[in-house]
Design a protein around this ligand. Structure first.
Ligand code: PRT
Ligand code: ZN
Length: 291
């Protein structure tokens, strides 16, 4: 039995698509622990927190029932399990869409065309809610996996399944029809853990670190030297740079500029900055941004 020792318990996926990024996120929060995909339980050495590794499908219920105080799991699973949990943060990875798709040759063109048809899914709860909301009557064929082959086997006329790149659907001759839910990994908790002062304090401390790591994600810190006269021009080149830090250098008329920049634009920006007079451009990773 896992002791109720006053330490926070966070449930993460034992082995799957969310595991590595969940472990990385917690490590980026400064938590030190050993994690093995075989183990159930990993105590954190420098924070009052223990990790529980579980099947993702069990995480919402364990958090709802207080077996774990926190959990990291896809919103799709939280919704499907109808768990009574509170969402603390969207974590920006594990992004996917729960989509209804039909075979390429299907005559179904809109969701209205789904009336009276068979839809295969591993998400019967979300799908039936969707059908009810849209006043559509259709047969839900509940499967436990490999949903994408259901139309080929003539078990269904359409499927409702997760998609990220869309490759699996394409390879199975399916055409996307409608997005039912957009999902990503989320950090969840329960009311009871938030009501216990000691746990609430720990959760708040952890949340500051999580949002700091999320803020820093996809961003770099950039430093460069430039003639002071080039600063107005440089400011127009760097997106999101309203007021860069500008520091005079020992060399007369020269300054250093510091700024945060988004990873996905920095090569582009860099070239323009060089042309506009910047030199000695240094770009370094950012671990966290606490606001
Ligand atoms: O063993 P356990 O039960 O813990 O894991 P699992 O096998 O049930 O889940 P896992 O590891 O596959 O997924 C965990 C979570 O990752 C899901 O609940 C989603 O929140 C999220 N996620 C993100 C995805 C995908 N992207 C995804 N593409 N989950 C599943 N898929 C599958 C999808 O079902 C389909 O079969 O990948 C295929 C489609 O991928 P594309 O890229 O070809 O479109
Ligand atoms: Zn699962």
């Amino acid at each position: 039995m896992i002791a109720n020792n006053g330490r926070l318990k966070i449930a993460i996926q034992k082995s799957g698509r969310l595991t590595d990024e969940s472990v990385n996120l917690l490590r980026a929060c400064g938590l030190e622990f050993e994690f093995s995909k075989q183990g159930l339980y990993s105590p954190c050495k420098n924070f009052d927190l223990d990790l529980l590794s579980l099947r993702d499908d069990d995480i919402p219920e364990y958090v709802q029932d207080g077996v774990a105080d926190l959990g990291i799991v896809g919103e799709n699973i939280v919704r499907e399990k109808r768990a009574r949990v509170e969402t603390l943060a969207q974590l920006g990875y594990g992004s996917c869409r729960l989509m209804i798709s039909v075979p390429q040759r299907s005559s179904i063109r809109t969701i209205q065309g789904l009336r009276g048809k068979r839809i295969a899914t591993t998400y019967p709860v979300i799908l039936s809610q969707f059908l009810r909301t849209n006043r559509l009557k259709a047969d839900i064929v509940e499967l436990s996996g490999s949903v994408e082959i259901a139309p080929t086997l003539d078990v269904a006329d359409a499927i409702c399944d997760l998609l990220s790149t869309g490759t699996t659907a394409r390879m199975n001759g399916l055409r996307p029809l409608h997005t039912v839910l957009e999902s990503e990994a989320t950090l969840i908790t329960n009311k009871k853990s938030l009501q216990e002062k000691r746990k609430k304090d720990l959760i708040d401390r952890l949340l500051i670190r999580v949002s700091g790591s999320l803020q820093a994600r996809g961003k770099r810190y950039m430093m460069m030297n430039a003639p002071a006269s080039a600063v107005p021009r440089l400011k127009t080149i760097i997106p999101s740079l309203k007021s860069p830090t500008v520091v005079p250098l020992a060399e007369e008329g020269m300054v250093a500029l510091h700024s945060v920049i988004a990873e996905d634009v920095f090569w582009d920006v860099m070239e323009k900055l060089k042309k506009a007079g910047a030199s000695d451009i240094i770009v370094v990773p950012i671990e966290t941004i606490i606001q």
